[in-house]
Design a protein around this ligand. Structure first.
Ligand code: FAD
Ligand code: PHB
Length: 394
């Protein structure tokens, strides 16, 4: 039997894009249903990003889901760039007129959003199977899925494809309509979560002969650290001891010590830049990783997903308030202007801080000169700072 359900906006995926969109729409008085193929527990435990731009943190507060973040998140007003064994601070607060970032894990944001959706009667269905979209170029698109062995059809005005890079929404758009832009990097990041007090108050991005390293954190007791590695690195070859040894070498600086601790989790992430254009087709709108991927060096993936759905929510509100489609029609164009600036920044940070297999000694000297310039010139430091804390929304 086919169970039919009606909603205004069908949302596929309960990651940051899907859940922020669903709660923003609720606040605008627009009905939505979210379908997610993983369990709520899986989504709420998946370790991913941890840096919230000023605008992302402000939005969560405005949406009424920022209480715990304000209590438990760590406010940072700068980062350190380390090279040649010396640290150089980029002071965001000074360079951007008081802005900063909040360290608060992506899965904690998702817990807060799920709680808010549940408390306000939000319909979020986890562990659904065989999700597909239909009639996306017609006035009443449909989402079909199976749950607990039953088939369901969601009759919508619009569909939001918030189902990440490997989701089904982007491939549902006729390929002739889409253009893909991609760069795959010849390295990955080996990341660990460790029970160790962070050895620095702020994040440290390190350029080293042996490769990039990053010191980040989640709480005053939990560190998050990354090492540049091969894109297909076999994590089984990396004992905890070997990881700490390599981190010690790359992060070393005079008078500074890296505190080690129990490794709670480890994994390897590939690095790519990817954009699909346009981000909309008929009544299907792509948002977040389903439309674009950035390498993690600029800490932008989650923030860009949130920016997309802010634009989408605003466009849908205009449509339901006035019947005007102008903002919906320009959704892709408006998003892509920000997407490409963020792509540029993430590529630039990645290019400046990593060792490339095909580089020569000229490239290395150029990277060091770039770091010297960025940390020595107020104008250059300001471009890093204003991108890192987040460009203003249009
Ligand atoms: P996602 O978070 O991917 O959410 C998509 C959701 O859709 C998922 O819950 C998925 O289960 C669901 N879904 C997929 N297919 C279907 C389907 N067919 N039907 C129903 N549901 C479906 N960014 C950083 O800035 N820093 C980091 O350190 C960092 N680390 C990362 C590590 C990993 C392993 C990955 C994959 C990403 C990382 N990112 C990081 C990027 C950042 O986490 C993403 O940019 C962010 O999650 C994007 O949010 P999203 O909602 O668009 O997509
Ligand atoms: C993280 O804390 O996971 C993190 C921080 C900064 C980045 C990427 C990841 O650029």
């Amino acid at each position: 039997m086919l169970n039919s359900l009606r909603t205004q906006v069908g949302i596929i995926g309960a990651g940051p894009a899907g859940l922020v969109l669903s709660h923003l729409l609720y606040l605008h008085g627009i009905d939505s249903v979210v379908v997610e193929n993983r369990s709520r527990q899986y989504v709420e435990e998946r370790v991913r990003a941890g840096v919230l731009e000023q605008g992302t943190a402000d939005l969560l507060v405005e949406m009424g889901v920022g209480e715990r973040m304000k209590r438990e998140g760590l406010l940072h007003s700068g980062i350190e760039l380390r090279f040649g064994g010396r640290g150089h601070r980029i002071d965001f607060q000074d360079l951007t007129g008081g802005k900063g970032i909040t360290i608060y894990a992506q899965h904690e944001v998702l817990k807060d959003l799920n709680n808010a959706r549940a408390a306000t009667g939000g319909q979020v269905y986890f562990e659904v199977e065989d999700v597909s979209v239909h009639d996306i170029d017609r006035p009443r698109p449909k989402v079909r899925y199976r749950k607990d062995g039953n088939s369901h059809e969601l009759d919508c005005d619009f569909i939001a494809g918030c189902d990440g890079f490997h989701g089904i929404c982007r491939p549902s758009i006729p390929s002739a309509v889409l253009t893909e832009y991609e760069r795959v990097y010849p390295f990955g990041w080996l990341g660990i979560l460790a029970e160790a007090p962070p050895s620095s108050h702020e994040l440290i991005y390190t350029y080293h002969d042996r490769g990039f390293a990053l010191l980040s954190m989640r709480t005053p007791r939990i560190s998050r650290l990354y090492l540049q590695c091969k894109p297909d690195e076999d994590i089984a070859q990396w004992s905890d001891q070997k990881i700490w040894q390599e981190l010690q070498l790359r992060l070393a600086a005079d008078g500074w010590k890296l505190t080690e601790g129990l490794v709670l989790q480890k994994g390897v992430t590939g690095m790519r830049s990817f954009v699909v254009e346009p981000m909309q087709y008929g009544r299907l709108f792509l948002a977040g990783d389903s439309a674009h991927i950035v390498p993690p060096t600029g800490a932008k993936g989650l923030n860009l997903a949130v920016a997309d759905v802010q634009i989408l929510a605003r466009s849908l509100k205009r449509f339901y308030d006035t019947g005007r489609r102008d903002l919906l029609d320009s959704y892709s164009e408006v998003c892509l202007r920000r997407v490409w600036k963020v792509q540029r920044f993430s590529w630039w940070m990645t290019s400046m801080l990593h060792r490339f297999p095909d580089e020569n000694s000229f490239d290395q000297r150029r990277q060091l000169a770039e770091l010297d310039y960025v940390t020595g010139s107020r104008a250059a430091a300001t471009t890093l700072a204003e991108n890192y804390v987040g460009l203003p929304m249009e």
